[in-house]
Design a protein around this ligand. Structure first.
Ligand SMILES: [Zn+2]
Length: 338
């Protein structure tokens, strides 16, 4: 049993529904003309709940992993629309991809490989480089970086199934509130996390139990990209000598994945801010972009800027109702934490 499965066990109230599967689709590379198979996963599986920066967790394959395809010959990467036969690649961009500086695929990956052999994180990194060289819009680059942050979050939310950790994960199930009809499973997980944090603060656990409960709490928070509490906990736990070495190594990997996620978030923030400021964002997307800027600033620990962007979002009448509610709640949390 992997710890990813452990986290899923926390979601016992989720109603089972048919899982969308992966299918293989043919792609034509507009740069080197290679024809290759890519994996495609339909959107719509949001049964794991939605994080407030709009990452929709699936219980089946995560669609965000499969939105980006990579040519196994030259490394050109992008969404399905970037492989449209009408996609024009200017000669200077083609030279950058094929000659200098040239895209580099991970060692050992080539046209003979299964597309599953290339990690989603590598595909996103290549796509971001292609979008920069192709001078795509700041808004498009913002989304690409935000999705790369989600992949880093999801890939980084894994710990080995160490016995005591497994027992703690089962124990804290008692604090899980029921999921109301139409409710967001992420809200339930965050409420569970709050109750676990309260139990730790109240001194309920002895010195042998406490580090495992803290680690379980850190795993839940990391899974939703809520790092303000997670980082200090992981920084303390990574050197906790009674933990087996395999666990300490996994904690270090999780901590590194937070740094990677934050780098993508910072890039997404810069791109969205430039797009909104220069009025590149279409009127329909402007208010959600302001909301996301609030959310990205909050996640990066910049509360003052977050409040200012949440205010800008809520003052815009075109902001969808659900985002308005979230913006008001997140603003209140930021204001309380100042
Ligand atoms: Zn190619």
């Amino acid at each position: 049993m992997t710890t990813t499965v452990l986290v899923f066990l926390l979601m016992t109230t989720i109603i089972a529904a048919p899982r969308p599967g992966l299918t293989e689709v043919k792609r034509d590379c507009p740069v080197c003309k290679q024809v290759f198979n890519a994996l495609f996963c339909p959107e719509g599986d949001t049964r794991g709940g939605i994080d407030r920066d709009l990452f929709a967790h699936a219980l089946g394959p995560e669609p965000v992993y499969y939105r980006i395809a990579t040519c196994p010959k030259c490394g050109y990467s992008g969404y399905s629309t970037d492989f449209d036969p009408k996609t024009a690649i200017p000669p200077d961009v083609r030279d950058k991809i094929l000659k200098k500086p040239r895209l580099t695929l991970p060692k050992g990956f080539g046209p003979e490989n299964d597309p599953r052999d290339l990690d989603a994180a590598d595909r996103y990194a290549l796509a971001i480089t292609c979008y920069q060289w192709r001078r795509q819009s700041k808004e498009a680059l913002g989304w690409l970086n935000l999705r790369a942050a989600w992949v880093a979050r999801d890939e980084g939310s894994v710990l080995p199934p160490e016995d005591r950790l497994v027992r703690v994960m089962a124990f804290i199930e008692r604090w899980r509130p029921p999921l109301p009809a139409g409710g967001n499973p992420v809200d339930i997980e965050m409420q569970t996390a709050t109750r676990v944090a309260e139990a730790i603060a109240s001194g309920r656990f002895n010195r042998f139990q406490k580090p495992y409960v803290e680690l379980a709490l850190a795993l839940i928070l990391r899974r939703h990209g809520e790092h303000t509490q997670t980082v200090p906990m992981l920084d303390a736990l990574v050197t906790h000598q009674p933990f087996p070495e395999s666990l300490r190594t996994a904690i270090k990997r999780m901590r590194d994945s937070i740094d990677l996620e934050r780098r993508y978030q910072a890039a997404a923030l810069e791109c969205f801010e430039a797009a909104v400021t220069s009025k590149q964002v279409s009127p329909a997307n402007r208010a959600p972009a302001c909301y996301l800027l609030g959310e990205l600033n909050r996640r990066l620990g910049r509360e003052e800027a977050a409040i200012s962007w949440y205010d800008r979002a809520t003052q815009d009448n075109t902001l969808p109702g659900n985002l308005k509610t979230w913006a008001q709640q997140q603003r209140a949390w930021c204001a309380a934490g100042r």
